[in-house]
Design a protein around this ligand. Structure first.
Ligand code: NDP
Ligand code: OXD
Length: 314
C-alpha cells in the first residue's frame, strides 16, 4: 500500500518519517520522487500543486493535513470521484481552543493596555468588566467553533455562534443562515471567525459587517479575532475600521496573502496582534495517527469518516 506526501511549505520528510515510524508496513513516498503514479493508493496533502492529484489513477482517498480543505478544492483538476477526508482531531481542536481563549481573554482583560502601562513604569488600574458583561460571537460553529464556544461559555462569557445550520449547544445561542447574521452581529462585542474559505465566505469580514457589531461593549469597542482563513477578510477594510473606531482592536492569525508582506501596515498598527497562521498547527504525530486509523478502517472495508461534501467544499 503506497502513500504519497504532497506537501508544500512544511517538511514532507518529517511527515513521511513520522508515518514510517508509526506504520512500518506502509510504503511512504514523497512527491515528486514517488515513482510510478499508478502505484499510489493514498495522498496526504497540504497545498498540493494544481493538476498533480489527478495523475494518481488508483487513488482511494486524499487526506488534508489540516482542518481546512480550501487548499485542495482550489485545484481545478481535482479528481471528482476520490473522497477528500479532512482532519477532525482532539489535538488540532485543543490547540485552537487555546488560541481563541488566549486572545479573547487578552482583549477582555485589556492586556495590551497594561503592556503599555508597564513600558511606561506606571502602576495604574483600568476598568475591568466581568466576563458575563461581554458577548462573544463565533462565526463558524463547527468542530473548532463549538469547542471554543463551550470553553468561553464556561469562563462566563455570553456566547453565540453563527453557522449555516442551527446548532444546539447548551448555554450557547445559535444563529443560522444569512437572514440571522445581522441579529448575531448586533449582539456581539468580540467577534471570532473560524469560518472556512469558500465562495460564500470570500471577503465576508468587511467594513459593512464590522459596522453591525454591538457598540455597547463595557470598555473599548468591538474586537475582531480571525483564525479561520485570510481570504475571508478584507484587510483594507480592517485597517479603515480600526482607524475610524468601528473596530477597537484585532487579532489576526490568517491573511489574504501569506506570508503577510513586510510592507503591510497591519504589522505596526498599535491595536493589531499578528500571529503567523499558527493558531492551531498540524502536529505530525497526532495527524499521522489519525490518517493511519482512517486507512486501516478503509482497508477493513469500513467507510472513511469526515469526508468533505464537494458541493460545500468545507
Ligand atoms: P467545520 O467544517 O467543522 O466548521 C465550519 C463552520 O463554518 C460550520 O459551522 C459551518 O456551518 C460554518 N459555515 C461554513 N460556511 C458558512 C456560511 N457560508 N455561512 C455560515 N456559516 C458557514 O470546520 P472546523 O471547525 O474544523 O474548521 C474551521 C476552519 O478553521 C477551517 O476550515 C480552517 O479554514 C480554519 N483553521 C485554521 C487554523 C489555523 O491555524 N489558523 C487551523 C485549523 C483550522 P454548518 O455547521 O452549518 O455547516
Ligand atoms: C488548518 C490550518 O486548516 O492549519 O488546519 O490552517
Amino acid at each position: 500500500m503506497a502513500l504519497v506526501f504532497l506537501i508544500e511549505e512544511w517538511s514532507a520528510e518529517a511527515w513521511a518519517g513520522e508515518m514510517a515510524g508509526l506504520a512500518p508496513g506502509l510504503d511512504c513516498r514523497i512527491w515528486p520522487d514517488h515513482g510510478s503514479d499508478e502505484e499510489i493508493d493514498y495522498a496526504l496533502v497540504w497545498k498540493p500543486p494544481a493538476g498533480v492529484l489527478r495523475r494518481f489513477a488508483n487513488l482511494k482517498a486524499i487526506f488534508s493535513l489540516g482542518a481546512g480543505v480550501d487548499h485542495i478544492f482550489q485545484d481545478p483538476d481535482l479528481p471528482e470521484d476520490v473522497p477528500v477526508v479532512r482532519v477532525v482531531d482532539r489535538d488540532i481542536t485543543m490547540r485552537m481552543v487555546e488560541y481563541v481563549v488566549l486572545h479573547v481573554l487578552m482583549h477582555h482583560r485589556r492586556q495590551r493596555l497594561y503592556d503599555g502601562f508597564q513600558r511606561q513604569r506606571k502602576w495604574r488600574e483600568a476598568r475591568q468588566p466581568a466576563a458575563r458583561e461581554t458577548r462573544v460571537g463565533i462565526m463558524g460553529l463547527g468542530v473548532l467553533g463549538a469547542a471554543c464556544a463551550e470553553r468561553l461559555r464556561d469562563l462566563g462569557f455570553q456566547v453565540a455562534g453563527w453557522s449555516r445550520c442551527e446548532k444546539s449547544i447548551s448555554g450557547v445561542e445559535s444563529f443560522a443562515g444569512d437572514a440571522a447574521l445581522g441579529a448575531f452581529l448586533s449582539r456581539t462585542h468580540i467577534l471570532v471567525s473560524l469560518l472556512p474559505y469558500t465562495p460564500a465566505t470570500h471577503g465576508i469580514l468587511n467594513r459593512a459587517l464590522f459596522a453591525q457589531l454591538a457598540g455597547d461593549r463595557p470598555v473599548d469597542g468591538p474586537v475582531l479575532i480571525n483564525a479561520g482563513r485570510g481570504r475571508t477578510q478584507n484587510e483594507t477594510d480592517i485597517l479603515g475600521a480600526l482607524d475610524d473606531g468601528t473596530l477597537y482592536a484585532a487579532t489576526l492569525d490568517v491573511f489574504e496573502d501569506e506570508p503577510l508582506a513586510a510592507s503591510s501596515p497591519l504589522w505596526a498598527h498599535p491595536r493589531v496582534t499578528i500571529t503567523p497562521h499558527n493558531a492551531s498547527v498540524s502536529d505530525p504525530a497526532a495527524l499521522c495517527r489519525y490518517v493511519h486509523d482512517q486507512i486501516l478502517r478503509h482497508e477493513r472495508g469500513e467507510p472513511f469518516t469526515n469526508v468533505v461534501d464537494p458541493k460545500r467544499a468545507y
